[in-house]
Design a protein around this ligand. Structure first.
Ligand SMILES: *Cc1c(COP(=O)(O)O)cnc(C)c1O
Length: 360
């Protein structure tokens, strides 16, 4: 039975991508073997690697000022690598905290160098992003780090900040390529693929070339961004199958019409589900403030934890899976990433209305 997959990550992938991967699994482009079984130095894999970088840059409207690198260790490795490469002794890096992942990024940076919290919405329970006028930057931050979409709290920057010449870094793990935005405002963007653009195992790192130049030279090669850039992400064996699937997903987004088209689709899905929450007469209560609501992870509560448990298990019985909130915050979380079909959201909305009618 096909399910409606609301998992937060690893998450739903486009069916067309899975079908293509299945069709190509045993015999990749007439080579008589799968892409999993050939050298990462083969011309076939090199083409996949180059296609993934080119497609990423085309979707984001980036030119030769930027590189897209494919790395391992997830977004969590980036938390440490960013500080290792760009936070030298004597310098300060600023962090804006809008949820759990930003806190984790800060914790890692603190092990490595001096940090400053430019703003945090922890006090309100991470229900919103700060106003730009509430950012208190340090004197000369080497970078400012934000989380564009906090996957656990369901809090997203509706419009991304522009800090001018101050290098801006964003963890976009859970909303990368979900909407158009001006990527040239960022020095570095990173995203684990497994939320919105592919399987687990590969992390995309989009970096401005002039920022890359600032990377510390004395890091071990494998932890140095320059190593990845110089070797076209092929310094050591990359996660070949994950990059291959990522490339197929990027092709799928292109085919839909790129970021404007995917954003329209995502906006329709989010409007449907937030409409159901707001129209429930208070039975469902959204976690995030309206202006900071995530278009990717819709977080909400029911009148009691017992009802939340019942909601998750009855939904599951009807093929609506992955709706339990993160274990650290509870409640319900519906992750409605790029690949989730509108029909799945409509099914959830119908289920929610019926559940409220019976239990309200
Ligand atoms: C999932 C997630 C992470 C952690 O990703 P890993 O690949 O498990 O390291 C970090 N940041 C955000 C915003 C996430 O959604």
């Amino acid at each position: 039975m096909a399910v409606h997959n609301f998992n937060a990550g690893p998450a739903v992938l486009p069916r067309a991508v899975l079908e293509q991967a299945q069709a190509e699994l045993l015999d990749y482009k007439g080579r008589g073997m799968s892409i999993l079984e050939m050298s990462h130095r083969s011309k076939e894999y090199e083409a996949v690697n180059n296609s993934a970088e080119a497609r990423f840059k085309a979707l984001l409207g980036l030119d030769s000022d930027y590189r897209v690198l494919f790395m391992q260790g997830g977004a969590s490795a980036q938390f440490a690598l960013i500080a290792l490469n760009f936070l030298p002794p004597g310098a300060v890096a600023d962090y804006v905290l809008t949820g759990s992942w930003g806190e984790k990024a800060l914790e890692e940076a603190k092990r490595i160098g001096e940090t400053h919290v430019a703003a945090t919405t922890a006090e309100g329970g991470f229900t919103a992003v700060p106003a730009l006028t509430d950012l208190r930057l340090s004197d000369h931050p080497v970078y400012v780090h934000i989380t564009s979409n906090e996957t656990i709290q369901g809090v997203q920057w509706a419009s991304l900040p522009d800090l001018g010449t101050v290098p801006l870094i964003a963890d976009m793990s859970s909303d990368i390529l979900s909407r158009p935005f001006d990527a040239t405002k960022f020095a570095l963007i990173y995203a684990g693929a497994q939320k919105n653009i592919g399987p687990a195992g590969v992390t995309a790192v989009i970096m401005r070339q002039s920022f890359l130049e600032r990377a510390q030279a004395d890091e071990p090669a494998i932890f140095n961004y320059k190593t990845y850039a110089k070797n076209n992400s092929l310094y050591n064996t990359p996660p070949v199958y994950a990059v291959y699937l990522l490339d197929l997903v990027l092709g799928w987004i292109e085919g839909l019409g790129g970021l404007p088209a995917i954003a329209q689709r995502n906006t329709r899905k989010a409007a449907l589900i937030y409409g159901a929450i707001d129209g429930s007469g208070g039975f469902y209560r959204g976690h995030a403030e309206v202006g900071s609501r995530s278009q990717m992870n819709v977080t909400f509560r029911l009148p009691s934890e017992a009802l939340e448990k019942q909601f998750v298990s009855e939904a599951q019985a009807q093929g609506l899976v992955g709706l339990a909130g993160h274990r650290s915050v509870g409640g319900i979380r519906a992750s409605i990433y790029n690949a989730l079909e509108e029909e799945s959201v409509a099914t959830l909305v119908a289920f929610s209305a019926e559940f409220a009618r019976k239990n309200g």
